[in-house]
Design a protein around this ligand. Structure first.
Ligand SMILES: Cc1cc2nc3c(=O)[nH]c(=O)nc-3n(C[C@H](O)[C@H](O)[C@H](O)COP(=O)(O)O)c2cc1C
Length: 375
């Protein structure tokens, strides 16, 4: 049996992220929690408290925010496109910094995985007019997605500009960096997917063309915020309903990573799939983290079902620089301490992941022996 890697030398060791010191390598992954329950999609005092509670992470990736009104695809998710939203995010970043933490914004666009209910009956925008066959969480409950409208070139240009504006807003709101959401089922993975992107212009038809919009967006964001402040999150092996990788996925992401290698990023965050079919179209990336570690030259954050032992091993083996944890942070605000002291983890309640008020959001306490006994 191989010895367990020491947490102090791995997950709990400090890290220098492009001249920004992190106190440990335990990153909180972005999680949409649906608590911006107001018409203007402004973060509230609940957000301030939620992120303050989790400031002992080495780095927090805040929940996905919309880059514009066209980007909306789920209820009560905050934006980063209005002055009011920016001011409210400033309260969040101040609270995290006051507690000695670091926080990046995450910016995204839902593309086809939205619903006309968000656009007064208008169609969501997407790479092509192809229904992804998923559901969107609308003000009237979960509804099936529809056939979206293919973006014009002018709309693609406007979308790129909206990401650049969101990067500018993130900087002005006091974030320490900004991550581009190019993961799960959002607009950019739609462009990267050959079944959903059937364009015949320079944004579709070849691996290079499918990857182009992401590279252009990252470059536009870096122009707004240089100095290694812009990161990217990808999930090349993700599969959800009708949204599945194709035989074009690996070459498309290869092109994307090649493009990203030429840009001064903060990091690349890679989500691994629980299981990749050995005989399937993406068998080459069955070891998703290892595959992209070998190809991406900068800081790599590994994500997807890690715990303290597997995260520490990933760092010890040089396969990742930082590990991000999603669901464990919902119910364990003091996750780094629980790892450090080998304390039990509290379970989370899936019913309050995407909706609710304080319950299931602010009422998971840091570890106390009493809470452990009552759990
Ligand atoms: C409630 C919830 C909301 C999520 N929202 C986002 C999001 O806004 N942006 C994002 O990139 N990923 C989102 N994810 C995915 C997580 O960031 C992470 O990639 C995933 O949960 C796998 O990590 P884990 O196994 O440590 O939970 C979400 C996951 C959960 C459970």
């Amino acid at each position: 049996m191989t010895a367990q890697p020491n947490l102090e030398d791995t997950l709990l060791s400090p890290f220098n992220l492009n001249d920004m010191p992190l106190r440990n390598r335990v990153v909180m992954a972005s999680m949409t929690r649906g608590r911006a329950t107001n018409a203007d999609l402004v973060p509230t005092e609940l957000h301030v408290e939620y992120y303050r509670q989790r400031a002992s992470a080495g780095l927090i990736m805040a929940e996905a925010t919309w880059v514009s009104e066209h980007a909306i695809g789920s209820i009560n998710v905050p934006g980063l496109f209005s002055d009011e939203q920016m001011a409210a995010w400033r309260a969040v970043t101040d609270a995290v910094h006051g507690a000695g933490g670091r926080i990046h914004a995450q910016v995204g666009h839902s593309g086809a995985v939205s619903h006309p209910d968000f656009f007064e009956g208008g169609l969501p925008l997407a790479p092509s007019a192809i229904n992804p066959g998923l559901q969107a969480f609308t003000p009237h409950g979960f509804k099936d997605t529809v056939t979206p409208r293919a973006m014009t070139l002018a709309e693609i240009e406007a979308t790129i500009s909206s990401y650049a504006a969101a990067a500018r807003n993130a900087r002005r709101a006091g974030f320490d960096g900004v991550e581009l959401h190019s993961a799960t089922t959002y607009l950019l993975p739609q462009f990267l997917n050959s079944a959903l992107n059937q364009r015949t212009d320079r944004y579709g038809g070849s691996p290079e063309n499918r990857a182009r919009i992401v590279v252009e967006i990252v470059a536009a964001m870096i122009a707004e915020w240089p100095g290694g402040k812009v990161g990217v999150k990808i999930s090349p092996a993700a599969s959800m309903g009708g949204f599945a990788p194709t035989s074009e996925s690996v070459p498309t992401y290869d092109h994307l990573v090649k493009g990203l290698n030429n840009l001064p990023l903060s990091h690349l965050q890679v989500v691994r799939a629980p299981k990749v079919d050995a005989g399937g179209p993406i068998a080459a990336i069955a070891d998703t983290i290892g595959y992209y570690r070998a190809r991406y030259r900068g800081v790599l954050i590994a994500n997807g079902g890690f715990d303290a032992a597997t995260g520490a091993a990933e760092i010890a083996q040089g396969r990742a620089d930082l590990i991000s944890f999603g669901r464990p942070f919902i119910s364990n605000p003091d996750l780094a301490r629980r790892f450090a002291e080998d304390l039990p983890l509290s379970p989370s309640d899936g019913a309050t992941y995407y909706q609710g008020d304080r319950e299931g959001y602010l009422d998971y306490p840091p570890f106390t022996p009493e809470a452990a006994v009552n759990a």
